[in-house]
Design a protein around this ligand. Structure first.
Ligand code: S3P
Length: 167
């Protein structure tokens, strides 16, 4: 029996949108790690990176996911770097939102891109993407091809989750 559903995947792959919708359909609480951190710190992700640095942000992420996974019955959207830098409770059912780098870049509005410090240098972001893919795949209990509109694949995740034992 798993405690929570945890969505992982690269920046801008749609974890927040998908998480909100899944939580609604499954009657679970929705939590977004980045939003929880921003609220607790009273600062945007950009400001945390700029003023306190990435390492500090990573420690906030680890603390946040540890605290969130003390509870059960939630859909949790993580930041793209969380599963790379932090451990996720083994009692989580992990879903990888698997979208190609070019698809992500194409579909992400300018405003959303600007909120992500590690997406500013495209070549560096592509490198990060390549480095992270294998970890995302290893951690996932289920991966979904997310190279289409969310509305066309969300039911695939939903159907798969219905067959799992999740609190
Ligand atoms: C990051 C992803 C972001 C956010 C931060 C760092 C990353 O979240 O946590 O900018 O290292 O991939 P999203 O995946 O929601 O963009």
């Amino acid at each position: 029996m798993y405690d929570n559903i945890v969505l992982i995947g690269f920046m801008g792959s749609g974890k927040t949108t998908i998480g909100k919708s899944l939580a609604r359909q499954l009657c679970k609480d929705f939590k977004d790690v980045d939003s929880v951190i921003e609220k607790e710190q009273g600062a945007s992700i950009n400001d945390i990176f700029a003023n306190k640095g990435e390492e500090h942000f990573r420690s906030l992420e680890q603390k946040c996911i540890n605290e969130l996974t003390q509870n059960t019955g939630q859909v949790i959207a993580t930041g793209g770097g969380l599963p790379i830098h932090s451990a996720i409770s083994e009692k989580s059912f992990v879903v990888y939102i698997d979208a190609d780098f070019d698809v992500i870049l194409e579909r992400l509005p300018r405003k959303e891109k600007d909120k992500r410090p590690l997406l500013q240098d495209e070549a560096r972001a592509r490198e990060l993407f390549e480095q992270r893919i294998s970890t995302y795949r290893e951690l996932a209990h289920f991966s979904v091809d997310a190279n289409q509109k969310v509305s066309t694949f969300i039911h695939v995740i939903f159907d798969h989750l219905l067959g799992q034992r999740i609190k």
